[in-house]
Every structure is written in structure tokens, then in C-alpha cells.
Write a protein that binds this ligand. Structure first.
Ligand code: ZN
Ligand code: ZN
Length: 329
């Protein structure tokens, strides 16, 4: 199966299988057998997510993940296939990500740069839709120069479920396909690669974060691109997956001053250290994928040394810092 086959299979069959099943279970007791282990549910969860991964893996960060969901405990009104970059989202409920959202009644599918709605819902309750719309508009403006060719108008669904309302509000840019009239595989893949590039550009530009427009505390004349590269560097080393792996590979003793938290603080200090990304900022290019080479691109530092390496937002390398230390190690 290729990506086109997958989009075709889900968009053209989901309504007759799942949506009818949802309607039927409203008038009779639920039969979990209709859903659990169903061939279509399994296709969305497994094969489709794998096919999508194979399509996006090339040219992406090696920490990119994909997931497909036909619903959690029962069929969902809006099944989806999503791609997450760890710098923007760890899952469908948070951040922003690229997703295929199936509009089952119309046998259509929206390729969409969309947002997780969970935290917005928690914080803003019945105003969540408004907030999602505002956020989508802000992010849309941030990437308007690189997203030409995509639709910026609101997407719609053939039913009024609350999920559909949130997805419609969270939509930033994308393209809608008719399941029975899909373009060729090449065009589908090209659209996906283009939207992934828009996604990576949005990540580089800070997503919803507008802090990169604050004046630089050191008063240096950094360009906006340099400030953004520096902020991306910080997000890379704070990425929980990368930092966890870096600590596993590089250990828990500071590579600059040899401070060992466990030695100093006993059990409380055990397995404490900070991951630091050592690739030059000039290697972080807008729109390009971030490669995570844990062994060669990361090191570990104690909190003091890490602060000193980063002081004045002006990164120096660990060897230079080591030479500056009064207490020789
Ligand atoms: Zn140190
Ligand atoms: Zn660092």
C-alpha cells in the first residue's frame, strides 16, 4: 500500500463502516467487537501510520514520529493520521503538527497544519474555539511567505461533532482532497513534503512564541535569524527524548568541571545533569530538518557550567570554558 491507497481506503470506507456504527450504537448497546480488532481500525492504527512514516522519514529529523487513530474507545467522528516533530508536539493533544483529517460523510480528507486542543480546552473552556482561531491566524501570518499554494480558508466537516469544530478552528493551512478523486501519488507526496517544510519553518520561527522579537539582553546586534537559531538550540537540548538519550550516552559527570551531582548530593543528585547541544548555531537553518546525533552533537554539563557556556546568549564551546576556569580540572 502507498500513501494514496491509504488515503483512498480510509476516506471512501470510513463513513459506511464507522459513522453508521456510531449512529447504530446510539440506539442499541455497544458491541465492542464492531470496533476492536476491526480491519479498518487496524489499518489506521498500524499500516497507515507506517506508510505515512516511510513517506515523511526521508529528509526529516530522526526523532519525527507518526500515529494513526480511528478513536480511543470507540470509532471517532474524525479519524486521523498525524506527523509530529518533537520540537513542536509530543502528540495530538498538544502543540502543532501536520495531520490528515478525514471528513467521513463527504469522503474527503484534509491535509492540515493543525493544533492540539487539549490545553486550550482546559484553560479557555467554552471560549476554546475562539482562542484556537486566533492562534491559527497568528501562526498562518508567520508562515505566509512559505505556504503559498496551500488553502488558508477554514476547513469544514460533514457533521457537527465537537472534535470537528476544534479541528476546523485549529487549522492553519493545508489542502483538501476528495477521496474518490485523489491526485496522483507524486502530487500527494509533494504536498506532504511541502507542508512538512512549512511546519519546520514555523518551528524555527518559534510557533506561537513571539519572544524572539524582544531586544537581545547583551545589546549585541544579532539578526532575527540568529536569535531564532539560538532559541531553537535551547529547544533542541530541552527536548526530553534527546536529553534523556544524551545523558544515557554521555553519563552524569560534567564534561567541563567534572562535577558529579550524586557525589555531592547523594541519592537526590543521582542521574542529574544537563544536556547541551554542541553543534554550531550556524548549522541550524530555517526549514531544514534537525538531525539528532546524540553521540557527536551532544555533551553533558553541570548547571553552573551550562549557564556559563550560554551566558549573554553568546555560546562558547566547552573547551574554551574549561580554559577560562580558575580551578583547573
Ligand atoms: Zn561543570
Ligand atoms: Zn546548552
Amino acid at each position: 500500500m502507498n500513501l494514496r491507497d491509504v488515503l483512498h481506503a480510509i476516506s471512501t470506507t470510513y463513513h459506511s463502516i464507522a459513522i453508521r456504527d456510531i449512529a447504530a450504537t446510539k440506539s442499541r448497546p455497544k458491541e465492542p467487537g464492531n470496533y476492536v480488532g476491526h480491519q479498518l481500525a487496524s489499518l489506521i492504527r498500524n499500516e497507515a501510520a507506517e506508510v505515512l512514516y516511510d513517506c515523511v522519514a526521508l529528509g526529516q529529523s530522526n526523532f519525527t514520529t507518526t500515529k494513526g487513530s480511528p478513536g480511543q474507545d470507540d470509532w471517532a467522528y474524525v479519524p486521523w493520521l498525524a506527523v509530529y516533530d518533537p520540537l513542536a508536539s509530543a502528540g495530538a493533544m498538544h502543540g502543532y503538527y501536520v495531520v490528515y483529517l478525514f471528513d467521513a460523510p463527504r469522503k474527503a480528507v484534509h491535509l492540515s497544519l493543525n493544533q492540539g486542543t487539549y490545553s486550550v480546552q482546559q484553560e479557555f473552556k467554552f471560549r476554546a474555539t475562539e482562542v484556537l482561531l486566533d492562534r491559527a491566524a497568528l501562526m498562518r501570518r508567520k508562515i505566509s511567505d512559505v505556504s503559498t499554494g496551500f488553502d488558508t480558508t477554514r476547513i469544514t466537516f460533514g457533521h457537527n461533532s465537537s472534535l470537528a469544530t476544534n479541528y476546523a478552528a485549529g487549522h492553519i493551512v493545508g489542502r483538501t482532497y476528495e477521496g474518490e478523486n485523489l491526485p496522483g501519488l507524486g502530487e500527494i507526496e509533494a504536498d506532504l513534503q511541502h507542508l512538512m517544510k512549512v511546519y519546520r519553518t514555523l518551528i524555527f520561527r518559534g510557533g506561537l512564541d513571539f519572544e524572539d522579537q524582544k531586544p537581545d539582553p547583551a545589546g549585541s546586534k544579532k539578526t532575527l535569524t540568529e536569535v531564532r537559531a539560538y532559541r531553537l538550540h535551547k529547544r533542541i537540548e530541552r527536548n526530553p527524548k534527546a536529553s534523556k538519550e544524551a545523558k544515557k550516552v554521555h553519563g552524569y559527570v560534567c564534561k567541563c568541571c567534572e562535577f558529579d551531582f550524586a557525589e555531592e548530593y547523594g541519592d537526590r543528585g543521582k542521574h542529574y545533569i544537563e544536556a547541551h547541544h554542541i553543534k554550531p548555531l550556524s548549522s541550524l537553518i530555517e526549514g531544514a530538518p534537525v538531525e539528532y546525533d546524540i553521540k557527536n552533537d551532544f555533551t553533558v554539563l553541570c548547571s553552573n557550567c551550562h549557564r556559563m557556556v550560554h551566558r549573554h546568549n553568546d555560546l562558547i564551546d566547552v573547551v574554551t570554558l574549561k580554559k577560562k576556569m580558575k580551578r583547573r580540572v
